[in-house]
Design a binder for this molecule. Structure first.
Ligand code: ADE
Length: 235
């Protein structure tokens, strides 16, 4: 998979060099390029924003600068990428969307700051046909200072689903929210050695060797946890 990220803070993406995503780049499974939006400005102050039409607080990012930056990424794109626009006004991200994103060969993330990007940018690229799709995605009902952290979240959830990125394929199918696992249930508690730690014992059933009994216990615990923290998930 190829990933292009456009931002005024390229340093925000330093964590992509670490851990699974870093290894995926080293092994060639993922290829990442980070583009500094200010390189596409036309004035000596490298301005990327302007006052909002209609008034109101804050500044809006210029469609002119974003258009130049996105066109430059498109010029080097072999096919039709997916355009991801992190925004609190988007569709709320979930595992199903991560699975969809992981099926694309090329993702382009545009990271807004301030009050956001002029809305004509999304409209233009929805109409131009240069992207296979334009997805406006929120990572939850709270407002961040910009799209960068949201892009990192979306990328981490997506990249671990690419074949070969995780060492153990089982860990993906066991995830909470993974289709076909325990659908719509949060994962229950997990334990490792020692069997006794600070007066807390690992539940006996897990050492019984009775796989059916263990699976039933894990399901019961998952249901309890789901009722407590996410009653909305129960059908
Ligand atoms: N930018 C600011 N807040 C955001 C959110 N909740 N999700 C995605 N992008 C954002």
């Amino acid at each position: 998979m190829r990933v292009d990220l456009i931002t005024i803070f390229p340093e925000y993406f330093a964590p992509l060099k670490l851990s699974l995503f870093g290894k995926a780049q080293e092994s060639g499974l993922v290829e990442v390029e980070i583009h500094d939006l200010r390189k596409f400005t036309q004035d000596k102050h490298k301005t990327v924003d302007d006052a909002p039409y209609g008034g109101g607080p804050g500044m809006v990012m210029s469609p002119v600068v974003w258009g130049e930056a996105i066109d430059s990424v498109l010029k080097n794109a072999p096919g039709k990428p997916l355009l991801v626009v992190p925004t609190p006004s988007g569709r709320v991200f979930n595992q199903e969307m991560a699975i969809k994103l992981a099926s694309f060969d090329h993702l382009v993330f545009i990271n807004g700051r301030y009050e956001g990007i002029d809305s004509r940018v999304v409209e233009h690229y929805q109409q131009s046909g240069e992207f296979s799709e334009v997805l406006e995605i929120s990572i939850g009902d709270y407002v961040l200072a910009g799209g960068e952290v949201a892009s990192l979240v979306i990328l981490e959830a997506t990249s671990r689903l690419i074949n070969g990125v995780l060492g153990n394929e089982d860990s993906v199918s066991d995830d909470s929210f993974a289709p076909g696992s325990m659908q719509n249930l949060l994962e229950g508690p997990i334990f490792t050695r020692p069997a006794s730690w600070r007066g807390l014992e690992v539940p006996e059933v897990l050492s019984s060797g009775d796989h059916a009994k263990i699976a039933q216990w894990q399901k019961d615990e998952a249901i309890k946890r789901t009722s407590k923290f996410r009653p909305d998930l129960k059908a």
